[in-house]
Design a binder for this molecule. Structure first.
Ligand SMILES: Nc1nc2c(c(=O)[nH]1)N(C=O)[C@@H](CNc1ccc(C(=O)N[C@@H](CCC(=O)O)C(=O)O)cc1)CN2
Ligand SMILES: Nc1ncnc2c1ncn2[C@@H]1O[C@H](COP(=O)(O)OP(=O)(O)OP(=O)(O)O)[C@@H](O)[C@H]1O
Length: 195
């Protein structure tokens, strides 16, 4: 693989973008951090009006804390789900979750709801990311978990959640990468132009 392949680009971009995210979160005003990502903006609420199941994720480290959207989504009548990593090869399922349900430790330091309830089909997938661009490309952890979930649930609305500092000029795109429909940051909601 040559050094200018998208894969090599992605590896170096991940390191740069993770560092930028870390610096941004470390210097963010604590009150601004505490208030971020708590409310579902009205254009998003309208867009997901007919959705039954919304998949969030439990924010790790400096990730945008998607779980904070859960109470409002539940008040809107949505079933909230969280991912469970099934193996180290990229398989993941989504499990229904109430904000007060216990979580269990999973792979890669993640935590997930009790699997006995069975997997659900998401109408909306809120995805973590390392970086995004205005063309709605998403750079993830590199495990291909969300790429595969997007491919498996092609009708789901794909929403990236990120701190504004995670925007970069261009995320290299591979053939399997599906663009996001929306990106929500602590300051704006970005919608794909063609949807
Ligand atoms: N909060 C949160 N939950 C999530 C994800 C995520 O990015 N954030 N995932 C998003 O996919 C899924 C799996 N999580 C992952 C988390 C970390 C790595 C990781 O650190 N990968 C290494 C390389 C692989 C390895 O260590 O074997 C790396 O990027 O250096 C991979 C997947 C499901 N749940
Ligand atoms: N739909 C798919 N089916 C099978 N493999 C896939 C699919 N999408 C991506 N992959 C594989 O996943 C790997 C990681 O892809 P990539 O570097 O784009 O991850 P990412 O989008 O940054 O990470 P993630 O989706 O986990 O957050 C690649 O090796 C790719 O071949």
């Amino acid at each position: 693989m040559s050094d200018d392949s998208p894969a090599a680009d992605k590896v170096s971009l991940r390191a740069i973008a993770r560092q930028r995210r870390r610096n941004f979160v470390a210097t963010l005003d604590p009150l601004a951090h505490r208030l971020a990502f708590k409310a579902v903006p009205s254009p998003l609420a309208r867009r997901i009006a007919d959705a039954g199941v919304v998949a969030l994720y439990m924010g790790l480290d400096d990730e945008a804390p998607a779980q904070r959207l859960a109470p409002q989504l539940q008040a809107m009548g949505k079933i909230v789900a969280l991912p469970r990593v099934i193996d180290r090869l990229g398989s993941m399922e989504f499990l229904a979750w109430n904000a007060d349900d216990q979580l269990f430790p999973g792979l890669y330091g993640t935590s997930h709801p009790e699997p006995a309830g069975g997997a659900v089909t998401p109408d909306v997938i809120v995805a973590p990311l390392i970086a995004f661009d205005r063309a709605m490309n998403r750079l993830g952890q590199g495990g291909g978990y969300y790429d595969r979930a997007f491919a498996r649930f092609p009708d789901a609305l794909r929403i990236g959640l990120a701190w504004s500092a995670q925007e970069i000029d261009m995320v290299p795109s591979d053939p399997w990468d599906l663009p996001l429909h929306m990106v929500m940051t602590e300051v704006e909601l970005i919608e794909a132009l063609d949807q």
